[in-house]
Each structure stands twice: as structure tokens, then as C-alpha cells.
Write a protein that binds this ligand. Structure first.
Ligand code: NAD
Length: 254
């Protein structure tokens, strides 16, 4: 298949839904073979079918990114099936409950950190050796505006996303001379099932209030985030590494 990523192999975690699905589809439309890595099997198979519909190839791996053995198996399956790994979008994430810092439940703290921070590290831990073995690659970790600023009632999520930005910078510096670029994307509020679960659905007062927090006065779309991921993975971004790119309708600029 023709396209900017023709002949390339991309892993996208959390690709059964939302931003991950849009990113997997964007890679596929540009000719990449895509590994859809997600703990949700049914959604993963739907994404694979959507990718085949646009004429590219993909398979789903059931993978909990917080589990080292799952991530190792996912990267192994990638290399066994496609022979290489060029691009990785480490995107799987959860929202966690909303509670003030003193009231934040310990088990929820552990769960959010395990998926949103340890999960990103485990993915890089297994992706980087494979990329090094095949001449390099590009990694984009999904952070958030909450990787840059605070947000009341989101202690674990905010701590994890700040951690993702830090981790991204460390890996960028470590592998800069070895052909691997590592960046993060920091989305503002994006209309996905993650926000639906938090009650931020179109037509509600909450949705209007959240839209109003962005100078652009709307939420973003998953496709707008996918565009940034693809650009960061492309040759057009060949001098960009260690960046935490805001794609946030101006949220953090205020
Ligand atoms: P989503 O809920 O639509 O999709 C998240 C996907 O991750 C789901 O398919 C889910 O099954 C998968 N997932 C969750 N835990 C997993 C695990 N342990 N292992 C493997 N897969 C797992 O959410 P989304 O809005 O598309 O979020 C994607 C990423 O973008 C997350 O990291 C999120 O924190 C980040 N983000 C979202 C927003 C937003 O407003 N939606 C804003 C900033 C950042």
C-alpha cells in the first residue's frame, strides 16, 4: 500500500477505542502495518476490521500494558509477524476516580499509576531493543495537558502524566544518537469514551463547561491527536525529540 508509512510497522496500545483507534487507522491509511494492542479483544477486532477496510494489514494482541509479560509477548508477536518495529504510540490509559488528594483511594492510585505510567515504561522497555536491532524508530507516548499543569480531583492521573513527560525526555536523551526519537503528545480534552464515562457527553452542562476551558471553545477530536502522532513519527519531524507537544486548543496557553 502507498503512503508516508508504506512498508513500516506501527504498534498502537489502547487501539480498541478513542485516540488509539484513530491513530491506528491514520497509520493504516498511510500504508503502515499496524499492531492493535489492547486488553479489550472485541474493540481490538473492530479496529482491525476498520484497518482492513482501508486496505492495510493489522492484527490484535490482547495485552495489559501494566504487565511485563503481556508487553513482552505483544512486541514478540509484532516481530514474528512483521519482522520489525518502526513506530510505537504508547497510548493505553485510564481516567481513575475523581477525588481530592487527601481522599484519593490507595488502590486506585496504584491502578492508575500501573497503567498510565508503568505501562508506558514497560512498552518502551520492550520496544526500544527491537528498534535498535533494526536501525531505529520513533516513539510517541500519550501524555495529557495534565502532564504539564494540575487539575483538581485528578491526583493519580496528573502524577502519572507528568511522569510520562519525564520518562519521554529521559529516553529521548538516552537514544538520540542511536536513531530513536521519543516524544510525547499532550492532548486537551478529547471527545472519546473516556470522557463519556466521566459524564462529559455532548449536550450536558459539563460538556459545555469543559469546552469553554479551551480558548478554541470546543473539545478536540481523536483524529486531531492522531495527526500529531503521525507527524512526530514521520521524517518531517527528524530533528524533534524529547518534546511534549501540546494539542490542546490553547488550554495551557492561558
Ligand atoms: P478510551 O477509553 O477511549 O481508550 C483507551 C483504550 O485503552 C481502551 O481501548 C482501553 O481498553 C485501553 N486500555 C485501558 N487500560 C489498558 C491496559 N491496562 N492495557 C491495555 N489497554 C488498555 O480513552 P482515550 O480518550 O482514547 O484515551 C487514550 C489516551 O489518551 C489515554 O492515555 C488518555 O489518558 C489520553 N488522553 C485522553 C484525553 C481525553 O480527553 N480523552 C486527554 C488527554 C489524554
Amino acid at each position: 500500500m502507498a503512503g508516508e508509512f508504506a512498508g513500516k510497522v506501527a504498534v498502537v496500545t489502547g487501539a480498541s477505542s478513542g485516540i488509539g483507534r484513530a491513530t491506528a487507522l491514520a497509520f493504516a491509511r498511510e500504508g503502515a502495518s499496524v499492531v492493535v494492542a489492547d486488553r479489550d479483544e472485541a474493540g481490538g477486532q473492530e479496529t482491525v476490521a476498520m484497518i482492513r477496510d482501508v486496505g492495510s494489514t493489522a492484527f490484535h494482541v490482547t495485552c495489559d500494558v501494566s504487565q511485563d509479560a503481556d508487553v513482552a509477548r505483544m512486541v514478540d508477536a509484532t516481530v514474528r509477524t512483521y519482522g520489525r518495529l518502526d513506530c510505537a504510540c504508547n497510548n493505553a490509559g485510564i481516567e481513575g476516580v475523581q477525588a481530592t488528594t487527601a481522599e484519593y483511594p490507595c488502590e486506585e492510585w496504584d491502578r492508575v499509576l500501573a497503567v498510565n505510567l508503568t505501562g508506558v515504561w514497560l512498552c518502551m522497555k520492550h520496544e526500544i531493543p527491537v528498534m535498535l536491532a533494526h536501525g531505529g524508530g520513533a516513539i510517541v507516548n500519550m501524555a495529557s495537558i495534565l502532564g504539564v499543569v494540575g487539575f483538581a480531583t485528578a491526583a493519580a492521573y496528573t502524577a502519572a502524566k507528568h511522569g510520562v513527560v519525564g520518562l519521554t525526555k529521559v529516553a529521548a536523551v538516552e537514544y538520540a544518537t542511536q536513531g530513536i526519537r521519543v516524544n510525547a503528545v499532550c492532548p486537551g480534552f478529547i471527545a472519546t469514551p473516556l470522557l463519556d464515562r466521566a459524564g462529559i457527553t455532548p449536550g450536558t452542562d459539563m460538556y459545555a463547561m469543559i469546552a469553554n476551558l479551551h480558548p478554541i471553545k470546543r473539545l478536540g477530536t481523536p483524529e486531531e491527536i492522531a495527526e500529531a502522532v503521525l507527524w512526530l513519527c514521520s521524517e518531517k519531524a527528524s530533528f524533534v525529540t524529547g518534546d511534549a507537544m501540546l494539542v490542546d486548543g490553547g488550554y495551557v496557553a492561558q
